[in-house]
Structure formats: C-alpha cells, structure tokens
Design a protein around this ligand. Sequence first.
Ligand code: HEC
Length: 133
Amino acid sequence: MNRSTLVFAGIGAVAAAVLVFMVSGSRKPDHVVDVAVPELSATAAGGESLFIENCAACHGENAAGTASGPPLIHKYYEPSHHGDGAFHAAVMQGVRAHHWRFGNMPPVDGLEEQDVGSIIAYVREVQRANGIN
Ligand code: HEC
C-alpha cells in the first residue's frame, strides 16, 4: 500500500464513521407513541397552541412524548386514572416522577386555570381519537 492509498483509506474510514453516526442519530425516536390527530374543536385548538408553547418541549408534538417526557396520549392518562384535577395539579405543583424514568415535572408558570382547561380539552380530544376514553 502506498501513501496515497493509506490517505484515501483514512478518509474513507472517517466518512463511514460520520455516516454511521448520522444514521444512528436520525434513528433516535422523536416520539414515544404514534398518535392520530383528529379535527379539533375551537377550545381544543386553543389548547393545542398553549400545549405547544408550554408542554410540547417535554410531552412532544401531539402529546406523543419525547426523550424528556412521557406521552399524554397513553392509557395511564385516561380520564378515570388521571382526571382533570391531575392536570391542574401537575401544572401548578409539578409532578414527582412515579410512572416513568424521565425525572420530575417542574411546575409550569404563567398559565391561568382556564388555559389549563383548554389544554385538557385538547388532550382529551386527541386521547379519544386514539381510543383512550
Ligand atoms: C420539563 C418537562 C415537562 C414540561 C414542560 C411539562 N411536563 Fe408534564 N410531565 C413531565 C414528566 C417527566 C412527567 C412524568 C412524571 C412521572 O414519572 O409520572 C409529567 C407528567 C405529567 C402529567 C401526569 C401527572 C400525574 O399525576 O401523574 C400531566 C397531567 C402532565 N405532565 C401535564 C403537563 C402539561 C399540561 C404541561 C404543560 C402545561 C406539562 N405537563 C409540561 C415533564 C414535563
């Protein structure tokens, strides 16, 4: 093997490593569950905007979950297990990690009770569209 072959082999190896890194990076899941999005009522559509601003960083687009927080479109959060009161409490007081391993949820500032109400309307409509009642 002469010198330039070695250099080319080196470049090839680096390129392969970068490619593997990129492919494995893009395989990292950006959501935890698959969510079907229904047509939303006006209240729920308002709630969706508030959700995107305040909750989606952790709970994900369409509340499908991220690496930092669980999906809310999940059987755990059906109304009989986590009623609306649990949502208000989560926003006002935060949540100690208990169902998952994402860590604690800090309280979310700057939302009125009514805002949380429309976020709940949004989550419930998406839950129902995904068979979570
Ligand atoms: C910094 C990340 C983060 C943000 C922002 C966040 N959450 Fe959470 N949330 C979490 C984590 C993590 C959990 C899961 C705790 C556990 O292990 O049960 C959780 C749990 C919850 C629960 C379940 C509460 C319970 O009693 O188990 C509700 C409801 C909830 N979040 C609603 C919201 C809403 C609504 C918003 C926006 C207003 C929001 N979260 C913003 C991280 C977050």
